[in-house]
Design a protein around this ligand. Structure first.
Ligand SMILES: [Zn+2]
Length: 435
């Protein structure tokens, strides 16, 4: 029998419901999907292409549930500030002064390439100029669910949330890599009427809604002062707990708010590095775990992270939450890995096709090299992935059956060109800001 691609692996961590580990097996790919996972010795298949996974571990392609791809060129431009000042005095004015659709395209391409090199095969982005982001992700070979960012003050006269989205869903309907949803930025940057319209559009089109929430204590206090209720209660009043919802951050959620989320289709994207650097706080991962609320671990944008190394983020998150809960058994390695694979897929509503390596699912695969000083000896692959590895261990990445990173090198875009462009834009942004 003939396939498109065979990957011969020493170790496969399927991340399926039984967390099966398959040793000396092959992943067989045809038409972008996994069609077999079988012992190498059976030699059932021939293929047009073969990858050798000796000394490597295959895991599902990592899924990043909260990002802002076009912020690549703002990396390191405004550090060591609290979120409110960072956003209102630096990020939003910088965006207004320096960004247009061609800069957004190039910055998003840079971010997409960086994500792939870190083993991420799908991201959930929130930004403006969606076609520019969609084209960049398509070029790099990254899957993306791209949210139309809604900030009420930036809506044009007569423009309503979802106007752009409807057109783009039609235009890109044959593109298997990208899809679009709606991302009201936050409850503080959106008028109540725009949040209500967003819920109506999400209901009508059966979309996942994506919103920043409870990222700072001040945001919660403002909501209490203005609305007389806590942020999750406000979401409930708006009808957001009746639709699929992805809450970014959720740091200052209290127990009564967590109880409101139980049994809903809401998930949370926790962005440890960004939250630590902005000193926004530490999210209640233990509370979410105890109540069975689905959450994922995500990078956020590089203006606040400042990298897209989701494996490093995973290790930092596991360590931090063991320490603050004074419980080293909290978030064990295999459990932690679920939050960037199958649980992340669930958060985005794509767990039927992604998030684990199983027959019939999309061939989105991350291959990690353990043949190095920092990864030997190897007793437990989950342990190494969470506690010893980072993005530099990513050797090959496959998205929809296509090899987009091979031997640590991007196959679809020229990395040197991306670096040269970033240098060029960096100089231009500094000049524009000084005027
Ligand atoms: Zn964000």
């Amino acid at each position: 029998m003939h396939a498109d691609l065979i990957i011969n692996m020493d170790t496969i961590l399927t991340m399926d419901k039984d967390l099966r580990q398959l040793d000396d097996h092959q992943i067989v790919v045809k038409d972008g999907r996994i069609i077999d996972l079988c012992p190498q010795e059976e030699k059932r298949w021939t293929a047009s292409k073969t990858l050798d996974g000796t000394d490597c571990i295959a895991i599902p392609g990592l899924i990043n549930t909260h990002s802002h791809l076009p912020m690549s060129y703002f990396r390191g431009l405004a550090d060591d500030l609290p979120l409110d000042i960072w956003l209102r005095e630096y990020i939003w004015p910088m965006e207004a002064k320096t960004l247009n659709s061609s800069v957004i395209h190039d910055a998003a391409l840079h971010g997409a390439a960086e994500m792939l090199k870190n083993g991420i095969t799908m991201t959930h982005d929130m930004y403006f100029e969606m076609p520019a982001i969609a084209d960049a992700c398509t070029k790099a070979g990254l899957r993306a669910l791209i949210g139309e960012a809604i900030i009420s003050a930036r809506l044009a006269e007569g423009q309503k949330p979802g106007d752009q989205l409807r057109i783009l869903r039609q235009e890109y309907r044959d593109n298997p890599l990208v899809d679009f949803n709606l991302s009201p930025h936050s409850i503080y940057a959106c008028l109540r009427s725009d949040l209500e319209t967003s819920v109506e559009v999400a209901q009508e089109l059966d979309l996942l809604l994506h919103i920043h929430l409870s990222e700072t204590k001040e945001e919660v206090q403002t909501c209490l002062n203005k609305r007389g209720m806590r942020p999750v209660q406000y979401l409930k009043e708006l009808g957001m707990l009746e639709i699929p919802l992805l809450i970014a951050h959720g740091i200052w959620m209290d127990e009564s708010e967590m109880d409101l989320l139980v049994g809903t289709r809401a998930s949370i994207a926790s962005c440890t590095d960004s939250n630590l650097k902005l000193a926004s706080g530490i999210a209640p991962l233990k509370g979410w775990t105890d109540k069975g609320i689905n959450f994922a671990i995500a990078t956020d944008g590089v203006a606040s992270n400042n990298d897209l190394d989701i494996l490093a983020e995973l290790g930092n998150t596991a360590r931090l939450h063991k320490a603050i809960n004074e419980d080293p058994s909290f978030l064990p390695a295999a459990e932690a890995l679920k939050h960037v694979t199958i649980n992340a897929a669930r958060a985005l509503g794509v767990e039927e096709s992604r998030g684990s390596l199983e027959i019939g699912k999309d061939a989105d695969i991350c291959i990690l090299d353990h043949n190095s000083l920092c990864c030997q000896p190897l007793y437990n692959p989950y342990s190494h992935i969470v506690y010893a590895m980072n993005g530099r261990n990513v050797r090959d990445v496959v998205v929809g059956g296509k090899i987009v990173v091979q031997g640590g090198k991007l196959t679809q875009v020229d990395e040197a060109e991306l670096i040269a462009k970033a240098k060029h834009y960096g100089k231009r942004i500094l000049k524009e800001l000084s005027q």
